[in-house]
Design a protein around this ligand. Structure first.
Ligand code: ATP
Ligand code: MG
Length: 212
């Protein structure tokens, strides 16, 4: 009883990792829905360090991706943006970030919730020390268009299922890949990304096709 009462008082902190190249309303909706459904005190957006290539393409600089996330989270007191991964010299891994964050917050009175879309969630068994991730936090897997619903029974046996929360959210068919392509093709991205992100992309000339 005593232990339970203590557990109920835990601070709940959400962590939303991503390349965020660029950040878009799909990311924000996922964070907001998780926040509301789970009663999170804050959500920290963590842009990844510079994996030099992602799926064979060059990604924008860590500073540009961080700045877009920062601009986006400025007006929401519940959302924060962290440099923890972009400032790391070595390759950045979620498990290291979670370990480090436990020193920022008192580990015994804080519960971490790592928020991820279904696509990234299904990829997690390939991540560094993925089983440890499920010990350090709960993983909130939100629905994403193109990825059919999963049930906990479909998941590999080695995953600690008590640490997984499957959350249905309104489906927004938006991806950073599509946004980059739209910019390269000279198409509109208004109402897909926050206005400040749109302005930043144009000001810095991000995602233009070579030679344009
Ligand atoms: P890219 O096309 O470059 O992979 P992305 O749109 O998938 O970009 P990421 O930065 O790769 O964005 O994703 C960060 C996290 O946000 C991942 O967990 C991903 O599943 C989730 N996410 C991205 N877009 C959506 C969306 N539209 N709905 C729900 N979750 C999303
Ligand atoms: Mg992605």
């Amino acid at each position: 009883m005593h232990v339970r009462a203590h557990a109920l008082r835990k601070r709940k902190i959400g962590i939303m990792g991503g390349t965020f190249d660029p950040i878009h309303y799909g990311h924000l909706l996922a964070a907001e829905e998780a926040c509301f459904a789970l009663g999170l005190e804050e959500v920290i957006f963590v842009p990844t360090g510079s994996p030099y290539h992602k799926k064979g393409r060059n990604i924008s600089s860590a500073e540009d991706r961080y700045t877009m996330a920062l601009l986006t989270t400025l007006d929401n007191p519940t959302f924060k943006t962290s440099r923890i991964e972009i400032d790391r010299k070595e390759a950045s891994h979620t498990v290291d970030t979670l370990r480090e964050m436990r020193h920022w917050f008192a580990p015994y009175s804080t519960a971490f919730f790592f928020i991820t879309g279904l696509d990234a969630f299904l990829d997690m068994p390939k991540w560094k020390e993925f089983n440890v991730i499920f010990e350090l936090c709960k993983v909130v897997a939100v629905s994403r268009p193109g990825y059919k619903r999963v049930s906990l029974d479909d998941l590999p046996v080695q995953i600690n299922k008590e640490a997984i929360i499957l959350l249905e959210i309104p489906l927004l068919s938006i991806s950073s890949t599509e946004i980059r392509e739209r910019v390269a093709d000279g198409k509109n991205i208004r109402y897909i990304v926050p206005q400040l992100v749109e302005q930043y992309i144009y000001k810095k000339g991000l995602y233009k096709r070579n030679g344009r």
